[in-house]
Design a protein around this ligand. Structure first.
Ligand code: DC
Length: 227
C-alpha cells in the first residue's frame, strides 16, 4: 500500500489540497483532525474537562469513533451518529484542540489511523502523521506558508461566509495555534526529518496542487500529469 503523510500548521490548506490530490490519485483521503474533533464533541456533550485524566480514560472506554467513506467522502461517526457537520462548530474546534493534547486520546486514535493506512492507499493529513502515526510513509510532505499569507486566506474565507472578524484577529489566532501545536508535549507539530517542504506562500491553489502532486509522484515514482 502507498501512504502519503501531509502535516503542517493551521490554515496551510492541508485539507482542501489533500482532498483534491487524493481524488486525482485515486487514494482515500483521511482527515485526522476530524477524529480529534469527534472525540472533542463527545467531551463537549458530556460537559467533561480533559484536565481530569481519570475521566478521560473512562469516557474513551465508552466512546466509539468511526470513519466511513460515502461516495469517496469521509464521514465521521460518534457512537454510531454521523457528526461530520457538527464537529466544525467553533466550540468543537476548541475542544478538539484541548483533547488533542491529551496522550490517552492520541493513543486511542492511533490504531485506527494506522489500520486505514495498512488496508488502503491513503493520503492522510494532520500534525503528526509523518512523525508518529506513519513514520514509514511512502511520501511525507510538510505543507506550510507564511503566517501572514495563511491568515489572509483564512480571513477571505471567513468574510466569504459572512463571519465578522478582522485580519488582525485571524492572524493572532493563527499564530496562537501555531505556538500551541508546536509546543505541546505529546506529538507536537514538527517537520519529519525525511519530509519534503511544500511552501505555498507564493502559490495560488492550482500551483499548490501541482506542487504537492509533483512531490507525491516523484516520491512514489509515477507519471507527473496533473489531471
Ligand atoms: O486539522 P483540524 O483543525 O481539523 O484539527 C483539529 C484539532 O486536532 C487541532 O487542534 C489539531 C489537532 N490535531 C492533532 O493534534 N493531530 C492530528 N493528526 C490532527 C489534528
Amino acid at each position: 500500500m502507498v501512504s502519503v503523510a501531509i502535516d503542517g500548521p493551521a490554515g496551510a490548506g492541508k485539507s482542501s489540497l489533500s482532498r483534491k490530490a487524493a481524488e486525482i490519485l485515486g487514494f482515500i483521503y483521511v482527515d485526522t483532525g476530524a477524529l480529534y474533533r469527534a472525540v472533542g464533541l463527545k467531551f463537549l456533550r458530556l460537559g467533561y474537562d480533559t484536565r481530569l485524566e481519570c475521566s478521560v480514560d473512562k469516557i474513551l472506554s465508552d466512546t466509539e469513533v468511526d470513519i466511513r467513506f460515502v461516495s469517496g467522502e469521509q464521514r465521521v461517526f460518534l457512537d454510531g451518529e454521523d457528526v461530520t457537520d457538527e464537529i466544525r462548530t467553533p466550540e468543537a474546534s476548541m475542544m478538539a484542540s484541548a483533547v488533542s493534547a491529551v496522550p490517552l486520546v492520541r493513543e486511542y486514535l492511533l490504531d485506527m489511523q494506522r489500520k486505514l493506512a495498512k488496508e488502503n492507499n491513503v493520503l492522510m493529513d494532520g500534525r503528526d502523521i509523518g512523525t508518529v502515526v506513519l513514520p514509514d510513509a511512502t511520501v511525507k510532505i510538510y505543507l506550510t506558508a507564511s503566517a501572514q499569507v495563511r491568515a489572509e486566506r483564512r480571513y477571505k474565507e471567513l468574510c466569504g461566509k459572512g463571519i465578522q472578524t478582522t485580519f488582525e484577529e485571524v492572524l493572532r489566532d493563527i499564530e496562537k495555534r501555531d505556538y500551541n501545536d508546536m509546543h505541546r508535549k505529546t506529538a507536537p507539530l514538527r517537520k519529519a526529518d525525511d519530509a519534503v517542504i511544500a511552501d505555498t506562500t507564493d502559490c495560488n491553489i492550482e500551483q499548490s496542487l501541482e506542487l504537492i502532486l509533483r512531490i507525491i509522484r516523484d516520491g512514489i515514482g509515477i507519471e507527473n500529469n496533473v489531471s
